[in-house]
Design a protein around this ligand. Sequence first.
Ligand code: I6G
Length: 678
Amino acid sequence: MPTDTITTQLAQLKQQIALYNHQYYVLDQPTVPDAEYDRLMRELISIEEQHPSLKSVDSPSQKVGGKALKAFSQVTHQLPMLSLDNVFSEQEWQAFVKRVEDKLAASAAVSYCAEPKLDGLAVSLRYEDGLLVQAATRGDGTSGENITENIRTIKSIPLRLIGENYPEVIEVRGEVFMPKASFDALNERAIKKGEKTFANPRNAAAGSLRQLDSKITAQRNLAFYAYGLGFVSTDGIERWLEDSHFARLQQLKTIGLPICPEIKQLDNHSQCQAFYEDILNRRDELSYEIDGTVIKVNDIAYQEKLGFVARAPRWATAYKFPAQEEITVLEEVEFQVGRTGAITPVARLKPVFVGGVTVSNATLHNQDEIERLGIQVGDTVIIRRAGDVIPQIVSVVLDRRPESAKMIEFPKECPVCQSEVVRNEGEAVLRCTGGLFCGAQRKEAIKHFASRKAFDIDGLGDKLVEQMVDENLIQTPTDLFSLTEIQISTLDRMGKKSALNLLESLMKAKQTTLARFIYSLGIREVGEATASNLANYYLTLETILSANIESLQKVPDVGEIVAKNIVQFFSVQHNVEVIQGLVASGIHWPDIAVKSEDEQPLLDQIFVLTGTLSQMGRSDAKAKLQSLGAKVSGSVSAKTHYLVAGEKAGSKLTKAQDLGVEVLTEDDLVALFTKHDV
Ligand code: I6G
């Protein structure tokens, strides 16, 4: 092929790929499937390999990293890179507003531009004649490290700006960050390889940008959102810059730079407070980590009037969320025995206020986790509490380890019943072999039996179960049904009235469903959904009891491990006796009617429920869906047909959207139930 034909073909390909990149990363509106994009990319790389002289620095193929550097050089910022002041409470926010609005003495309400504060690193990108020529970290604000090669590997950063209408020189300021999904994947890979993990996405992003070998950075899936401008040349461009911060960000978007989709222009400071609260509520559903919001006076003339104090603008502030990470001390490690005998190390911490609550305990999971963290009693640790998630120990601050620090010793016998402990093949946890001989396992088994999704025994809380077992009133769930008023009323805080109420709850609980009965037995890995699948498949208790491993695996959601757990459970004489005892004490459930396919319009459709359903409980929604033949799963995957997203839906919604799973609202679900008359 003649060279000029190849040059034209290459230029067209580069333009096409740059356009698809812009649609994907900046506009969030891909127009072609990934396969088509990959095909064009392969074509481009193949041509460039055959004609290396035609390879250019702005080619989309140049996102894979180049030669490793020996060190980063220093870059002086043409305009300093400032930092942001912070406010940490509504009161401090109001004080910021007062300072700003008093100084402006404006006749009308001051408008603001607000966006989430990404937990990443500020960088400056310099484009000359549309070409990315230099990228630098903030450094000390005056000069930073030259990280151009690493920045060039970030897919959402254009190597060439779009169109022709941009200044000759433009410095774009923005934040490089690692999306949550990439961070999780990176740490999972590190754990598999036995390498150190990153404590949070910010550290991971920083570590990835600090690589001298840009090929490593290229594999880290970093992302970028622009938040403002540095130096901008004015030669030859008439009034390119808009008058408001919000409009300037939109302008950046038109020339190919991604900006955060949550950015909003707000009419007054009260709307900013509402924005802060809304983003705080939706924090978990965003695909990137944030630690607050950034709020800026929108009008550039006002920004100029307000000016700067020290190294920070007076017209902007970071309105921070309550900290999710804090530092504290590991004072002791205790070992708890769970329902299935798993022995879990629990960290007793010096109480610390984090994520809005005081935390004094955190799980340490298992021995592997303790080894991975390299943690000792007495260590200073970083703990994290995000959303409603159980607090986690993220890392140890090694330079604060006291001389008195002690290694964590795992128990050689069960701390409750002194039975032997074992570590089963393929498992990370230690287990007590005492079974229901172990008081801890007995308590947990009975608590589970009485819990809401099992027998739902009103008035039988965890503390009461513990007392009953300690006082030897009950040994198994069956014993609950032969308790007398006198026995109950002798317990702490239990008068005659509460005793009678509890007896009535026990009476009522005898009427149940086969699914709840199976679930209440606490068979390992048989959750609510599996119990319901077992009930619907086998229809009677007797058939479940006599099912073999092969047959059990035909039940939806039941694999070999769960099937083995079930068979093993029913092979233990004690368990069979408990089941017989329960039935003998009058526990019963209605027969399950066999439904024809016509009566199961949602047969084999997989649903996932997430968020709060305000018009019905999740259990109700699940039962109705199952009665129509649907399967209700706990996690979203490519096999999911529908995700029902209630209020405050979080990461499952994001995952469903990423996978293209159809999302239904609660109203859609209600309409579906009405249509099918359930
Ligand atoms: O470090 C920063 C992160 C985000 C910023 C910033 C920002 O806006 C969303 N804005 C300014 C003005 C500065 N630093 C100095």
